[in-house]
Design a protein around this ligand. Structure first.
Ligand SMILES: C[S@@+](CC[C@H](N)C(=O)[O-])C[C@H]1O[C@@H](n2cnc3c(N)ncnc32)[C@H](O)[C@@H]1O
Length: 377
């Protein structure tokens, strides 16, 4: 089989995770890797595009840019979209969805911008074929993405479709779950080594432990997903996709060390259990209902990682301060030889009472947080 031509792509990520995504792409064999704001440019052939969608743990979407153009106002946008040879990528019998991000003074409403893109596309189709693609927002054959920044716009095809943080199992969601992509990024910042035991003692619906379980067993995060955007494209190569998936399945392995997850709340632990079963990780992760104040280290060395409650109201935050102090004492007294990571807000980060060896600024869905690293000895 001859490889397809190399072309440029853009992997979108949450702010601050660009270097981690770039490392992932390096591991996948991408070329021309260049970090940008909330994304990473790279190049590769179609096989790499499929592998990036299947394997990337921190990216939301892999976009395939089609055209960059000047975009000062609605007219310029419409004309430039209409000038693209849509007949090469979207036949009128296929469905379409348009998503717009960013903006400028003239294009400051993403729904309106997306509508104008759609008009440019379907007006061209109508003129050429006397018929047009219909819109399917949920499951389009072809998803189009437009990003506007100042007076320029990049129009891309979205090869992922649904955001890649949706791993393909429909999770039971706890009160304050982390996005799967962020949990994966935390493990990367923690230099997670699957040969060491890992524990999340405030696991909620289990996101961190599940991501760790997938990494430990070398399970590709997209393997349970049934749909990706590229599957509706004219050039979709089903044999190539099957081969990429078969290779991923062949690379799975047993977890080299135990993964523990616990929470004080039996109902959220039930959710974690349900999610672990959906991911096929129920025999990989040991789950228990436990108050973190009763926690004991299960071995001499390991990684502890968690995001304790943040609290929203002032009184709650004050109350939580004492809880953080108590948690810090547990770490100090019972986890010698371990490395602990705590993701929390700035005011609470000061209440752990231990000296952090390192701090990473983390944007947790718009909430400014810090990941603290403690070396316990
Ligand atoms: C911010 S949530 C963690 C969310 C989790 N990372 C997820 O993705 O679903 C904090 C969790 O700490 C748990 N928690 C609060 N106090 C606890 C305690 N004393 N011992 C153990 N868990 C506790 C809560 O039940 C809650 O599930």
């Amino acid at each position: 089989m001859t490889p397809s031509a190399s072309r440029p792509y853009f992997a979108t990520v949450a702010r601050g995770l660009e270097p981690i995504a770039a490392r992932e792409l390096q591991g996948l064999g991408a070329s021309d890797i260049a970090e940008d704001y909330m994304g990473v440019h790279f190049s590769g052939d179609r096989e790499l595009l499929y592998r990036a969608n299947l394997w990337m743990r921190t990216s939301f979407r892999i976009l395939q840019p089609l055209r960059e153009f000047g975009c000062n106002d609605v007219r310029e946008l419409y004309d430039n979209v209409k000038a693209i040879a849509w007949e090469d990528v979207l036949s009128p019998d296929k469905t379409l969805a348009v998503r717009a991000t960013g903006g400028n003074e003239a294009l400051n409403h993403t729904h309106f911008t997306a509508l104008k893109v759609k008009e440019g596309i379907v007006d061209r189709q109508w003129k050429q074929f006397g018929t047009r693609s219909s819109v399917d927002r949920d499951r389009p054959d072809v998803a189009v993405n437009l990003h506007v920044h100042r007076d320029r716009a990049v129009l891309s095809l979205d090869s992922s479709g649904d955001s890649l943080h949706r791993r393909g199992y429909r999770p039971a969601i706890g009160a304050a779950p982390l996005k799967e992509t962020l949990a994966a990024a935390l493990l990367s910042l923690a230099d997670y080594d699957p040969s060491l035991p890992l524990i999340d003692p405030m696991c909620g619906s289990g996101t961190i432990a599940l991501e760790a379980g997938m990494q430990a067993r070398n399970i590709a995060p997209g393997l349970s997903r049934e749909e990706f955007g590229f599957m509706g494209w004219e050039d979709f190569d089903a044999d190539l996709w099957d081969r990429v998936c078969d290779e991923a399945i062949a690379q799975q392995r047993p977890a080299p060390a135990p993964i523990y997850a616990s929470d004080i709340d039996p109902s959220v632990l039930g959710q974690a259990k349900y999610n672990a079963e959906l991911c096929g990780l129920d025999s990989t992760i040991e789950l228990a209902v436990r108050d973190v104040r009763d926690l004991e280290a299960p071995s001499d060395r390991g990684i502890l990682i968690c995001n304790p409650p943040y609290g929203e109201r002032l009184g709650e935050v004050e109350e939580l301060g004492y809880f953080y102090k108590r948690f810090g004492d547990v770490l100090k007294q019972r986890f010698k030889g371990w490395v602990a990571y705590i993701l929390t807000t700035k005011p609470l980060s000061k209440r752990v009472g231990l000296r952090a060896a390192k701090r990473f600024a983390i944007d947790n869905g718009g909430l400014a947080c810090t990941l603290l690293r403690y070396e316990l000895y």
